[in-house]
Structure formats: structure tokens, C-alpha cells
Design a protein around this ligand. Structure first.
Ligand code: PLP
Length: 465
């Protein structure tokens, strides 16, 4: 028997809309003031493009440092025993990672390749947290030998670790990743072992019973872009309760609680009202410390955090240029007016470079002031030969011409690491230093960067023409 069809259900389909933006949105966006951005940290957009080309990723070292120091201060003020790990997957350009390492961040990696990057940057094994649901036996063995903290994701990984550790010279520290439903954010059940089902307690007891293992960390990462500081209080409270139960049962007081990342950046999701207030980092620090500080001083754990997005998103910009004006024929109503109707703009960057624009409403800023009377809701199309490549369905913009520049912001988190060499090569990335100097931190790609590693069997070689 076929299942009855729900009347309200319409199957998802991949369209240009991707569920975001609609006509109402466009109607609300007419003749508004449009902020502009003609420089980043005192360096003019025109100069940047002239020197490094378009599109161009630009990072502000000043913003990275200020955001990092503010986060550190927020936590150390209320909970001094806090350590931050830089979440490599959020942005693993060497220069960016090194800013964090110079600010005292250890490394948090989620793959063998990221582990190698941290090692090559000179981070000692003990300062690398190894996370993630897919760790090879070789990489686990290497990380454990180097003294890194492996945060165990699942039973199969635990089994592999149990096989490895008797071959090591001394017992090793490990953590266990635990998932839970805080009731305030969607639960991320893909990672870790479940708290509610008792699985986490079983894994913990199994680790403690193993003479080759020392349980160092109870870890939970409840999600990303979590707008509810209270969710962290719930997570902290649940881990503290588990820690107390373990202590009572085994006498082992787990020394560290790691609450992962997930604190938001200034970015908003497409459907969020423009006036939405993103809670400041201090509220997250207070929510977590409010729980941990209830413990007697001697029993308070080390707190570790692996926040990514919050620390880097606002520091990143993408400069793009208009390559075509869509609907740019003479205005039909006034054929002799010389006016052109503008439905939207194609720019030289797309979702290949701005993966997160699928969910996040990236701000689009022209580089000159404009007259609100001439501003209108416009579509911003990316450069890909692919219908879903739309950066904004409706964004208020002044009339633009080919070669006009636009500054897209914030884009510093996840876009570089998730960018694709799909259809186009990846652009240069520059860093504006605190002293105003501009350095290339990744050069513009060349064809050889994409073809590197390809091989053509002899029978498919083409004769020189
Ligand atoms: C285990 C872990 N730690 C840290 C992060 C960083 O998260 P965010 O960038 O939201 O701070 C993630 C992201 O998914 C994660 O899975």
C-alpha cells in the first residue's frame, strides 16, 4: 500500500531560489540608504584591486586580533582557566592560523591533512586537539604518539584506540565527544556518543577502566551559529553532572570540559530580520562560567573552547566586480529616456567562493555613496554557469556599471576552506597588517594548481597539432 500523500508537503527541489528570498523581500527593499565601503583598514578598494586583481579575498589582521583578544578577555574575566583551540577547518590559511597561535591559541583539527598542517606550523603534539568522525588508524596512532588529545567520536574509533594504546610507552590522555539535545538548538547527533541514552556514560567507564587510557576531556559541540547563550549553560551543566557521576563512581575527576565552538559572527541568516541582535561573546562567557563557577574552586575543570566562526568571519571580505548588468536594455516605458532597467548584476565571484552565502545573508556594499532615490532591490548573480549561483536574491543597490566594485562581508569563516575549483580558479587572498601593510597570503591560482596530480594515459595523449 502506498503511503498517503501529505497535502502540505511539497518535495524539495534545487532551484535558483534555494529557499531564500522572495518577491516580498524585494518589495521591502526600495529606495533605502545603502552603506558603502571604499576602504578596508585604510587601504582603498580601488588600490587593492589594481594591485591584486578581482575577485580578491581580504583579511583584516586588526579585526582578527581584536576579536580574539576580546573573546579571551571575556572568558578570562569570568573563568580564568580557559584555553582556546583554533578550529582549523574554519580557515586554515597558514597566516591566519599563525595569528591565532601567536595570540596563544592551540590547534583543533578534524582530519589527517589538518593535523599535518598544524604540525608543519610547528605546533607541538600536546597542543593539537584531534577531533572529527573519520580518523584513520595511522593518524590516530601518530597523534597519540605525539601526545595529542584525541577526542573520541564513536565506538569504532574507541576500539581502534584500544588496539593501539598497549603498544605505546605510557598511558595517554583522551577525550570523549558527547552529543545532547539542549532543547534550545537542533541537536547534532552525527558526532559523538549520546548522553541521554547512557551511551556516553558507558564509553566514559570503558575508557576509565583501560589502564592505557586517561580520561582528560568531556567534549560537546552543540552546533554552529548558536544564537542562544543559554544553550551553553545547559551543555555545561549536563557535562558537569556527568563528571560528578563519574567521580562518585570511579574516583576520577575529569580535568577538562571542552564546549567546542558555535558562537556566532555578526552575520545573519537569509530569513532573519535585519534588526536581529546577535548576542555578544561576553554573554556566552557568562552563561558557561555561571555553571562552572558553582563548583568548589578546587573542583573546577579546565575549560577548552574551539570557536571558529566567531573569531574570523567578520575579519574577511571579498571584493568582486560587476561583469554584466542583467536586463540592461532601454527602459520600455520611456524608450527615449536613456535610462536602463536593471534586474540584477553578474559579478566575477560566485558560490564557488562563497559557499556560506547559501545560508548567510552576506552584506553587499558598493564602493561609493549613492542617492537613496535611485537605489533598488537587485539580484546578485555569481559567475558560475549554474542556475543556483545567486549570492543575494534581493539586495538594495545603486545603479551599477560593468567594472564597478562590490565588497561582500562578512565572509571570513568557512568560505576559503570550502571553496571549490569549480569552473573557475580561486582568487588571491591578502592580509592587511595592523601597520597597514598588505601581504599576499595565498596567491591567485593558475591552471597548473588545478591540473597538478592529473595524468593522461598514453593512448589518450593528443598528437601535437
Ligand atoms: C568539534 C568542533 N569544534 C569546533 C567547531 C567550530 O565551530 P564554529 O565555527 O561554529 O565555532 C566545529 C564546527 O563544526 C566542530 O565540529
Amino acid at each position: 500500500m502506498r503511503a498517503p500523500q501529505s497535502r502540505t508537503y511539497s518535495p524539495p527541489s534545487i532551484t535558483a531560489e534555494l529557499g531564500r528570498g522572495d518577491a516580498a523581500l524585494a518589495r521591502n527593499h526600495q529606495n533605502r540608504n545603502v552603506p558603502f565601503c571604499d576602504q578596508i583598514d585604510g587601504v582603498s578598494i580601488d588600490d587593492l584591486v589594481e594591485q591584486f586583481g578581482s575577485p580578491l579575498f581580504v583579511f583584516s589582521e586588526r579585526t582578527v586580533i581584536e576579536t580574539a583578544r576580546r573573546a579571551k578577555k571575556a572568558f578570562s574575566k569570568v573563568y580564568p582557566n580557559t584555553t582556546f583551540g583554533w578550529s582549523y577547518k574554519t580557515n586554515y590559511l597558514k597566516a591566519i592560523c599563525n595569528i591565532f597561535h601567536k595570540e596563544g591559541w592551540i590547534a583543533e583539527v578534524v582530519s589527517e591533512f589538518e593535523y599535518q598542517k598544524a604540525e608543519q606550523a610547528g605546533i607541538p603534539g600536546k597542543d593539537i586537539i584531534y577531533n572529527g568522525p573519520c580518523k584513520s588508524r595511522e593518524s590516530l596512532e601518530h597523534a597519540l604518539r605525539q601526545g595529542s588529545l584525541v577526542q573520541i567520536d564513536n565506538w569504532d574509533e574507541l576500539r581502534v584506540i584500544e588496539e593501539i594504546v598497549p603498544t605505546l610507552r605510557r598511558p595517554v590522555d583522551v577525550g570523549i565527544r558527547i552529543w545532547m539535545d539542549t532543547g534550545l538548538t537542533p541537536a547534532w547527533s552525527k558526532f559523538g556518543v549520546s548522553l541521554a541514552s547512557g551511551e556516553a556514560a558507558r564509553a566514559v567507564l570503558r575508557v576509565i577502566a583501560n589502564p592505557h587510557l586517561k580520561l582528560h576531556t568531556l567534549h560537546s559541540h552543540i552546533g554552529t551559529y548558536v544564537l542562544e547563550p543559554k544553550a551553553y549553560a545547559v551543555a555545561a551543566e549536563r557535562l558537569v553532572i556527568l563528571r560528578e557521576l563519574i567521580s562518585r563512581k570511579t574516583g576520577h575527576l575529569v580535568p577538562c570540559i571542552n564546549l567546542g565552538g558555535g558562537f556566532p559572527s555578526g552575520s545573519l541568516l537569509h530569513e532573519m530580520p535585519e534588526k536581529t541582535k546577535v548576542p555578544p561573546i561576553e554573554e556566552y562567557a557568562e552563561a558557561i562560567a555561571g555553571v562552572l563557577n558553582q563548583l568548589p574552586r578546587a573542583q573546577r575543570p579546565q575549560l577548552r573552547l574551539e570557536t571558529g566562526r566567531h573569531l574570523i568571519d567578520d575579519a574577511g571580505y571579498l571584493i568582486a566586480s560587476v561583469v554584466a548588468v542583467k536586463g540592461a536594455e532601454r527602459d520600455k516605458a520611456q524608450p527615449n529616456s536613456g535610462k536602463r532597467s536593471r534586474g540584477g548584476y553578474v559579478v566575477d565571484a560566485g558560490v564557488n567562493l562563497l559557499y556560506t552565502s547559501t545560508w548567510f545573508r552576506v552584506n553587499v556594499l558598493p564602493t561609493k555613496p549613492s542617492d537613496p532615490l535611485h537605489n533598488s532591490a537587485s539580484k546578485l548573480y555569481g559567475c558560475l554557469c549554474m542556475n543556483i549561483d545567486i549570492i543575494r536574491q534581493a539586495v538594495e543597490l545603486p545603479p551599477l556599471e560593468v567594472d564597478d566594485k562590490l565588497v561582500l562581508h562578512p565572509v571570513g569563516a568557512y568560505n576559503l576552506t570550502q571553496s571549490m575549483q569549480f569552473i573557475g580558479l580561486r582568487p588571491a587572498v591578502v592580509l592587511i597588517g595592523v601597520d597597514g601593510s598588505v601581504n599576499v597570503i595565498r596567491r591567485r591560482e593558475k591552471l597548473a594548481d588545478v591540473e597538478n596530480g592529473e595524468q593522461v594515459p598514453e593512448r589518450l595523449q593528443l598528437a601535437a597539432i
